[in-house]
Design a binder for this molecule. Structure first.
Ligand code: NAP
Length: 289
């Protein structure tokens, strides 16, 4: 079994991006600038946004973090987005999800101008992705493809099973895996909470992508020997053994499947760092336009 080391590959990508930024700077060009909006003070969102800001520093990007109170109105949030849309100094904008219940996520995604939508969530960019046109690919699915590519795992003609059909992971990765392009050309089965006989389906997967948000859900009896497993799930579980008071678990029971899998991503250190690296890549692309 080989670990797909997302942390290492993400660091390689960050080094590549830092090299491009350094060349830009030595040619008196401005460094890419990412703006992020965080609503409320949810602990997990705070961790993710801080990691994104830190990653910007690491590669030489500028970043602006706008913090808004939990009870900010939808209109006020959209005003901030419109201001950033018009700010020619800012190349990319992300709004950390999830948002509080009184704010319509779809409206917020649609308010971001597609040319700065480096998360790739705007319907225009999702449509372009589905049509195989150039666009910002959503960061987590793009990170999965990049990881498979850099480990030379060919997906063409393979049976890929995806668990979970969210708009940010499961649905877009299914589209990307099945596209007539490289990487792509996989045969894809997309499963969700209404899927019958899930175990029968996952047992036929050459590549299994798991994104449902239930810790240790996938066990050894659900996978065939030689499978490549991409564990997207991140659950924060209370723990008395760590300094922070919690630990991260994936959707896959790593210990139980590790003898059967040929490749597997760890949690943490697998898909998570790749997501951030691809967000940086999208921001760089935006700044070069
Ligand atoms: P989500 O919006 O929470 O949706 C979960 C999906 O799983 C839904 O499609 C749901 O089906 C499906 N599901 C739930 N129970 C199931 C079951 N028993 N069998 C089969 N499918 C089931 O998903 P998400 O936002 O993609 O998040 C999934 C996990 O990935 C979370 O742990 C999240 O924290 C993590 N995540 C990690 C990264 C990263 O960078 N590593 C990025 C994004 C998300 P229905 O549609 O039928 O309800």
């Amino acid at each position: 079994m080989q670990i797909l080391d997302g942390r290492k590959i993400a660091n390689d990508i960050k080094d590549e991006i830092a090299g491009v930024v350094s060349t830009l700077r030595s040619n008196n060009k401005k460094a890419p600038h990412l703006a992020a909006i965080l609503v409320g003070d949810d602990g997990a969102s705070e961790t993710y946004i801080n990691a994104k800001v830190k990653a910007c520093e690491r590669v030489g990007f500028r970043s602006t973090l706008i913090r808004l109170k939990e009870d900010v109105s939808e209109d006020k949030l959209i005003d901030h987005i419109r201001n950033i849309n018009l700010d020619s100094d800012i190349d990319g904008l992300i709004v950390q999800l999830p948002l509080p219940g009184h704010i319509d996520e779809i409206k917020v995604k649609q308010a971001i101008i597609p040319s700065k939508d480096v998360d790739g969530f705007h319907p225009e960019n999702v449509g372009k992705m589905a049509l195989n046109l150039p666009t910002y690919l959503p960061a987590t699915p793009a990170g999965i493809l990049e990881l498979l590519t850099r480990y030379n795992i060919d997906i063409s003609g393979k049976h890929c099973v995806v668990i979970g059909r969210s708009h940010i992971v499961g649905s877009p990765i299914s589209i990307l895996l099945a596209r007539n392009s490289s990487p792509g050309n996989a045969t894809v089965t997309l499963t969700h909470s209404r899927t019958k006989n899930l175990k029968e389906i996952t047992n036929k997967a050459d590549i299994l992508i798991v994104a449902l948000g239930k810790s240790s859900f996938v066990t050894s009896d659900m996978v065939k020997k030689g499978v490549c497993i991409i564990d997207v799930g991140i659950s924060r579980i209370k723990s008395s053994k760590t300094k922070s008071g919690w630990k991260l678990l994936g959707d896959v029971d790593f210990e139980s499947v590790k003898e059967k899998a040929s490749f597997i991503t760890p949690v943490p250190g697998g898909v998570g760092p790749m997501t951030i690296a691809m967000l940086l890549k999208n921001t760089l692309i935006s700044s070069l336009k």
